[in-house]
Design a protein around this ligand. Structure first.
Ligand SMILES: [Mg+2]
Length: 218
């Protein structure tokens, strides 16, 4: 069945309180964490483009298969506290949730399963037979500037929904404003002034997203 109303969530600092790449970097020590954390922040606040750091962060951290699974468990441990209840309310009102993330598919999938979300648009990591890092899906739009709006556009073509709402905390999420019918900025973990100023709506919990959408006229 084709979903008529799609709600797309960012993952890092939205569905879960952590930034996956930063936690992967933390496994490499404090200096590595500080370096990667600064790069992630610059990108999420729009000071540098995501493209310019995407490969670099991974080249520095080189997450293994085992570490990616570990981060998957961390995403679940730090799941946004109102996420499960909000998703239940949204589903009951006919919304189909999915994830659009510039994070890594193998790390996000455990959280998606936990939340009962079937579809994840994120960047796949590649591993060699021993499970060592061997690159990433560089052609995936989520790894590029302007990628999230392109994913929204592709979903519109593929699924022809009545409506697509995007929820997220970062500059790459804000880019979906205008492509998504509504862009909801998310400030529970990090409240970014540019995102707050540009968003159609701004909330501090996923429960608020549910009341915002269910309260509206259908
Ligand atoms: Mg985010």
């Amino acid at each position: 069945m084709r979903p008529s109303k799609i709600i797309a969530f960012d993952c890092d600092s939205t569905l879960s309180g952590i930034e996956g790449i930063d936690e992967m970097a933390r496994l490499r020590g404090a200096a590595c964490f500080a370096e990667i954390d600064a790069m992630t922040r610059d990108a999420m606040e729009g000071r540098i483009s995501l493209d310019s750091i995407f490969a670099r962060r991974l080249d520095i951290v080189r997450p293994t298969r085992v570490e990616s699974a570990l981060i998957g468990q961390l995403y679940i441990k730090h799941v946004e506290p109102t996420a499960l209840a909000a998703l239940a309310v949204l589903r009951a009102a006919g919304w189909t949730p999915l994830i659009i993330s510039g994070g890594y598919t193998q790390a996000i999938e455990p959280l998606a399963t936990f939340l009962g979300i079937d579809r994840v648009e994120a960047v796949g990591l590649r591993f060699d037979l021993a499970g060592n890092y061997a690159g990433y899906e560089a052609t995936h739009p989520a790894s590029q500037r302007g990628g999230k709006p392109r994913i929204i556009h592709a979903l519109r073509e593929e699924l022809k929904p009545e409506k697509i709402v995007m929820v997220g905390d970062g500059a790459s999420d804000l880019e979906t404003k205008g492509s998504a019918d509504v862009f909801v900025g998310f400030g529970r973990y990090v409240s970014r002034p540019a995102v707050k100023a540009g968003a159609d709506q701004f909330v501090d919990s996923l429960a608020e997203v549910a009341s915002l959408l269910i309260g509206e006229k259908r």
